[in-house]
Write a protein that binds this ligand. Structure first.
Ligand code: SF4
Length: 356
């Protein structure tokens, strides 16, 4: 994509109400060099359309060198995300007999190099269903433990993608496919084993499974995702499908937000921590003790208010107002609570981007 095409995509995302995005790129060394990725990041952060802004660019690109991770860190990325696909070495090698991903050790040690390059928010994940899920579950936890032992910082997020249909993938051909009940157990066990981490579920899963996953401890959920290249400006024709995977949850972002609000959740667009330098071990200390909740609660309320003012349909705005009223008294610190009330008023008057 050209920078102009990226600009149009970002404006489309901002107009939906998004405040963070995940930049994904293929592994082609010539078509996707690090300079191109850095240019894209700069473009994304530079776009301010109406009240919109992408405040956190997370990155999902192929394993690379410490030098390149340093460059990504200097570009101000949020989380660096890289999925292992499978921790089972033999199976991994069968799946990647050649090409840039074929070196299992280089791929598996990417997060170590990212940490050495200064990126201390990293996101792990396996593709459940590729290999035996029990093996990958243990591999994932061992990876988290390894990062914590070596760098004092465990994974900032863990994603739980599962094999699903794509234009060239039929899940029936994967004998290790994970059924819903087992998948939900895995989600619950990851939550218990790594209580401080953010857990992510994508629109690969159906609304029903996503709802169950929230109950099991998933804390981050995407909405209105399009997985084809340039898909936010022009939705791709089915027969020209370049989508990375098919989405099961096809609701708009606003429909997902309303669903969350009516389900008793407090949706948040907060990106405060990395912008306030609360990353790595600083973040981990606050997350492990639960102290982070003070910031999260206030920031969630303010960013929800922003969303309601700028992007929500009337019925969503109504649900948001009820949730804000119910959640405001739950901010534990009086000083932050009082400041939040003042800031909510200022948001109504047109000011934006408050954070604690
Ligand atoms: S304050 Fe809470 S919600 Fe906001 S970025 Fe930090 S951890 Fe996430």
């Amino acid at each position: 994509m050209t920078q102009e095409q990226i600009r149009q995509e970002v404006i489309a995302l901002q107009d939906m109400g998004h405040k963070r995005l995940l930049l994904e790129a293929g592994e082609h060394p010539r078509h996707n060099p690090i300079e191109y990725i850095l240019e894209c990041i700069e473009t994304i952060y530079s776009i301010k359309h109406k009240n919109g802004a992408i405040r956190r660019v997370n990155i999902n690109i192929a394993a690379t060198t410490v030098e390149n991770y340093k460059k990504l860190h200097e570009a101000g990325i949020g989380t660096y995300q890289l999925f292992q696909e499978t921790y089972h070495k033999e199976h991994y090698k069968e799946l990647h007999p050649k090409g840039p991903k074929s070196d299992y050790d280089y791929h598996t040690e990417a997060m170590d190099r990212a940490m050495e390059g200064g990126i201390d928010d990293v996101g792990l994940g396996v593709l459940f269903g590729l290999s035996l899920c029990h093996y990958d579950f243990v591999g994932l936890l061992m990876h988290a433990e390894h990062l914590e032992a070596l760098f004092g910082v465990g994974p900032h997020t863990i994603s739980v993608p599962r094999i699903c249909p794509a234009d060239d993938v039929d899940p029936a051909t994967f004998t290790n496919a994970v059924p819903d009940d087992l998948f939900l157990k895995i989600v619950a066990l990851i939550r218990l084993a790594v209580p401080y981490t953010g857990m992510i579920i994508s629109t690969r899963e159906s609304p029903r499974v996503r709802g169950k996953c929230l109950e099991m401890g998933v804390s981050q959920i995407s909405g209105g995702s399009r997985t084809s290249v340039g898909g936010y400006v022009i939705e791709e024709e089915k027969e020209e499908n370049s989508a990375q995977f098919e989405t099961s949850d096809r609701r708009t972002l606003d429909e997902v937000v309303k669903w969350l609000l009516d389900g008793g959740y407090l949706p948040s667009w907060c990106t405060a921590c990395y912008r306030a330098g609360r990353t790595g071990d600083r973040f981990m200390t606050l997350a492990k003790t639960g102290e982070i909740a003070t910031y999260c609660q206030a920031n969630a309320i303010m960013t929800l208010k922003e969303y309601a003012q700028d992007y929500a349909r009337p019925q969503t705005r109504e649900s948001a107002a009820k949730v804000i009223e119910a959640e405001l008294p739950k901010i534990p610190h009086e000083k932050i609570r009082k400041a939040s009330v003042i800031r909510l008023k200022k948001i109504e008057e047109g000011e934006r981007d408050f954070r604690f």
